[in-house]
Design a protein around this ligand. Sequence first.
Ligand code: PGA
Length: 242
Amino acid sequence: MRRSLVAGNWKMNGDKKNIATLVAGLLDLECKADVIIFPPYVYIPQVLASLSDTVIAVGAQNVSERKVGAYTGEVSSEMLRDIGCQYCLVGHSERRSLYGENDRQVAEKFYQAQLAGLKPILCLGETLKQREQGETLGLISAQIDTVLDCAGVSCFSDAIVAYEPIWAIGTGKSAAVDQIQLVHQYIREKLGEFGAKTRILYGGSVTPANTAELLGQADIDGILVGGASLDIGAFSEMCQMA
Ligand code: PGA
């Protein structure tokens, strides 16, 4: 049985005061699902300290594909582990589309994160054009193959994958639930013997209004929430539905 997972990606939002308010709203959260918060890097220590007496885990929104050295501006997996992070996102579509991260870099990030003992959440997804051209499954397959090439098949023995159609992120347009379920099922089958254990999240305009339907699908094990995770009332509601 896979445990449900709700992840809140705060992206580049908030300041010290506002983050303290968001975190205070999470202190009384009670739910059966695993919950992870992804604050902006600089606020990770603040969030870790405030949530230390809760079961809510903290992760980073991005990580370097390098281990250590002269890489100005980068943050390594080991550093994140060192301060108490347990998770990191890799290959979020905003990193791919706005910062030019390619499949190989994403795969290296995934590999380095696992080496350091972080649990990476591998984000995959297609553009609207790719979907319209019928390329969704081929693209997802290629994104997974690059990770398999780089990190080996056993890297999926304890991994989390997030399917996030790029055209559904921050747009208010969620993909149709049956389309999402199909992609999730495809990902699970693609992962072979590790598929049954791998948690596959959906992300892209998730709100309390579509959470229950999404989580009711056989292969949707959780949600990766962007915009709506900044509203703690809405986020808590989604956690309780999971
Ligand atoms: P959204 O973002 O919920 O605002 O669409 C999802 C994500 O980017 O993880």
